[in-house]
Ligand binder design. Structure first.
Ligand code: PLP
Length: 390
């Protein structure tokens, strides 16, 4: 390939270094507030279960409209806790997409249940409700597993088709657990992620839209009565005395430092969401004619944690973009049912939509601190690379 100097865009625009996700820019804005929050934790010394944790749980519930939120150690813990509370166990089928991060399916397997992969919709990239129905039907016919729960994933921040999936879950008696690890701050028909399913797990991994400075997560409920069991499981399965084990649990807690960081990040989160929405709208407007973009279900507003698009010749496009100074990422290059850890659960005939997406998808830089000039440059470069690979 020609060097960068031969590409028409190089040198014509001064955009500075483009970051895929820019946590440093964000830190510059809130550094002092975070330092004083962390200092308060050092002063009170309650590193576990400090007042920050409860304050955060209240803020998260208020922010989402959920009946309650339980802060926990990670997004993975947030997926496992409600499944354990629900009694998901060996012999249960839990339906989940293969086009997601491995944690969704690890969580299922760690409960002892069996993952049943569901294909995604080619437009929304999220769980296809029609395929969910087909897979439930197959499991019932085979009679080996009990259909027990479904875990739609809100990929890249876009809410899954909860109206359709909730209806199926209700009819089939499935526990509906949303994997909202990428979609905190998104909404559907005026309701926030956290209040779209019986239970919703989210992750505050540093690179997520709302990220801690370490590992953290939360689980939200539409039913207050779930909270006690979740808090117990998070604390080794103990009762309120924290001495007597009443169920199987594990160390699923969030520490006070992470809660302190998240409280300050939550304070600027709405502004950041607005910036993400503006940037995504600019990408949409410029790129919609040249690539396949992620469609939203009606009434949905994506949290835009990642901006992903599909184009044939993806590998060449991302290689060219790299040369032009545009960092990209590929979520996900290998569907879970094709990975060694999970291939035993691959459905006969594979998952055609998932496998097609995995070949064409890539993500452009997405964070609230991209400048208009950078967004412009990224669009021009992407259009140029797509055009060159046609
Ligand atoms: C990040 C992520 C998780 C796991 O979150 P951790 O905090 O890393 O445990 C689960 N599901 C999805 C879809 C994710 O993107």
């Amino acid at each position: 390939m020609n060097g960068v100097a031969n590409l028409p865009l190089a040198g014509t625009t001064r955009v500075g270094e483009i970051a895929f996700i820019d946590l440093k820019a964000q830190q510059r804005i809130i550094r002092e507030r975070i330092e004083s929050r962390l200092k308060r934790v050092l002063d009170h010394g309650k590193y576990i279960a400090g007042p920050e944790v409860e304050e955060l749980e209240e803020a998260l519930a208020a922010r989402t409209g959920a009946k309650g939120a339980v802060a926990c150690a990670s997004g993975t813990a947030a997926l496992i806790i409600p499944m354990l509370a629900q009694g998901v166990d060996v012999g249960d089928a839990v339906f989940a997409p293969s086009f997601t991060y491995n944690a969704t399916v690890n969580a299922i397997l760690l409960t002892g249940a069996t993952p049943v992969f569901v294909d995604v919709d080619p437009d929304t990239f999220n769980m296809d409700p029609a395929d969910l129905e087909r897979r439930i039907e197959v499991v019932r016919r085979e009679g080996r597993l009990r259909p027990r729960a479904a875990i739609p994933v809100d990929l890249f921040g876009a809410p899954a088709d909860y109206p359709a999936i909730s209806k199926i879950a209700e009819r089939e008696g499935l526990f509906l657990l949303a994997d909202g690890a990428q979609s905190f701050g998104a909404r559907l028909h005026g309701r926030w992620v956290g209040d779209l399913a019986t239970a919703t797990a989210t992750s505050f991994f540093p690179g997520k839209a709302l990220g801690a400075y370490g590992d953290a997560g939360a689980v939200f409920t539409q039913d207050e009565s779930a909270l006690e069991a979740w808090r117990s499981i998070r604390w080794h399965g103990t009762d309120a005395s924290r001495k007597i084990s009443v169920c199987v649990g594990f160390n699923g807690r969030m520490d006070s430092f992470q809660a302190a960081v998240l409280l300050e990040k939550l304070a600027i989160f709405d502004e950041e969401q607005d910036a993400r929405a503006r940037i995504a709208a600019a990408y949409d407007a410029r790129l919609s004619g040249a690539a396949r973009l992620q469609a939203l279900v009606p009434g949905a507003q994506s949290g835009r944690s990642y901006y992903s698009l599909c184009a044939p010749g993806r590998d060449a496009i991302v290689a060219m973009l790299k040369e032009m100074g545009v960092p990209t990422a590929i979520y996900y290059e290998t569907p879970l049912h094709m990975m060694p850890a999970f291939e035993a659960f691959a459905p006969a005939g594979g998952l055609p939509v998932t496998e097609g997406l995995a070949r064409e998808i890539f993500s452009l830089p997405m964070h609230p601190y991209l400048t208009p000039a950078q967004v412009d440059y990224i669009c021009e470069a992407t259009l140029y690379c797509i055009d060159r690979t046609r």
